[in-house]
Design a protein around this ligand. Structure first.
Ligand SMILES: NC(=O)C1=CN([C@@H]2O[C@H](COP(=O)(O)OP(=O)(O)OC[C@H]3O[C@@H](n4cnc5c(N)ncnc54)[C@H](OP(=O)(O)O)[C@@H]3O)[C@@H](O)[C@H]2O)C=CC1
Ligand SMILES: O=C([O-])CC(=O)C(=O)O
Length: 276
């Protein structure tokens, strides 16, 4: 359900950092009109291309570099992970709200949490391409023995990852489901920065990066990004699987993540919030 927002003197000004496969969908969903939210500015690498992509919107926002987002109330980070800090640090330093897509990059920059604490800024991690974070948070109010995630993807969507390159894995030669990585969430974030944001979100919701087990499986038979989480706790035991339709533009990302960002934005102005 969607609910009418709080009455405010003006809408929340939303800035988008990155207009790739996730950013363009968030821009379109915001442009369709969400009460209480205004798409105020977009930062992109190729700004001419970004303007062309936004030209069909009812209200195309101004496009510029990351500095353009300095007046926004909320900045949504949807950049390549190597650029995460470039927008996260200034946004949090001025006490604004940062919504994070590149969650794996947050694991290597945990000092940003101290920065947010000092400035009054907030870091929000949407559920992105995963499910069950609500139940994991609840389970962590009891004793949790283990949390694991299995990520199963097509070889094409794993190609070029640092782990594949460093270990000279011939990913396109894989013809049967193959476990190509086993480790913890912090190791996964370095090995597969574009594929294990979900593991990072799971780690932050649950036991932390060093106690979250990750397996990455290359499976030539799948046409979706499939994540299965398994939790063993005093209060509950659960297994949950999600199968995400990959984005045509960038198969590493799926079609649910932009929607989870928009749901997170709606929550910011809603008088009722279903905690997740
Ligand atoms: N939390 C989750 O569950 C998920 C998270 N992700 C993560 O979300 C992030 C975004 O994913 P996705 O949209 O697919 O990535 P894309 O590679 O499709 O898009 C990245 C965007 O960043 C832009 N960009 C590059 N340099 C700059 C710059 N200096 N200033 C402003 N913009 C810049 C690019 O613009 P240009 O092309 O013009 O250079 C591009 O539009 C990634 O880190 C990805 O790993 C992905 C899926 C799920
Ligand atoms: O499945 C997806 O859409 C993306 C993914 O694995 C991740 O970034 O963790």
């Amino acid at each position: 359900m969607h609910f009418a927002p709080y009455a405010r003197s003006r809408p929340l000004r939303i800035g988008l950092a990155g207009l790739g496969s996730i950013g363009i969908q968030v821009a379109r969903l915001l442009d369709a009109g969400i009460p209480g939210l205004e798409l105020a500015a977009v930062a992109a690498g190729d700004q001419e291309r970004a303007r062309a992509r936004l030209a069909g919107l009812a209200n195309p926002p101004p496009v510029g570099d990351l500095a353009m987002l300095g007046e926004c109330d909320v900045v949504v980070e949807m950049l390549p992970s190597r650029l995460f800090v470039d927008i996260a640090r200034p946004t949090l330093a001025r006490g604004a709200t940062l919504i994070v897509a590149s969650v794996g990059a947050l694991l290597s920059n945990m000092e940003l949490i101290d920065l947010a604490r000092a400035s009054g800024g907030r870091i929000l991690v949407p559920s992105g391409a995963i499910l069950g974070l609500d139940a994991i948070k609840a389970a962590c109010e009891s004793q949790v023995a283990s949390i694991r995630i299995d990520t199963r993807k097509s070889p094409a969507s794993l190609a070029g990852a640092p782990h594949i390159v460093a270990n000279a894995i011939d990913i396109h030669a894989i013809i049967a489901p193959t476990v190509i990585f086993t480790g913890t969430a912090d190791e996964a974030a370095i090995a597969f920065p574009a594929n294990t944001n979900v593991a990072a979100a799971l780690a932050l919701a649950g036991l932390g990066p060093a106690r979250t087990d990750v397996r990455v499986i290359a499976d030539p038979a799948v046409d979706r990004n499939i994540h299965t989480i398994t939790v063993e706790a005093d209060s509950a035991r659960f297994t949950a699987t999600i199968e995400i339709v990959p984005n045509a533009e960038n198969p590493r990302s799926g079609q649910l993540t932009p929607r989870s960002i928009v749901a997170c934005l709606r929550d910011l102005v809603s008088p009722i919030r279903i905690c997740s």
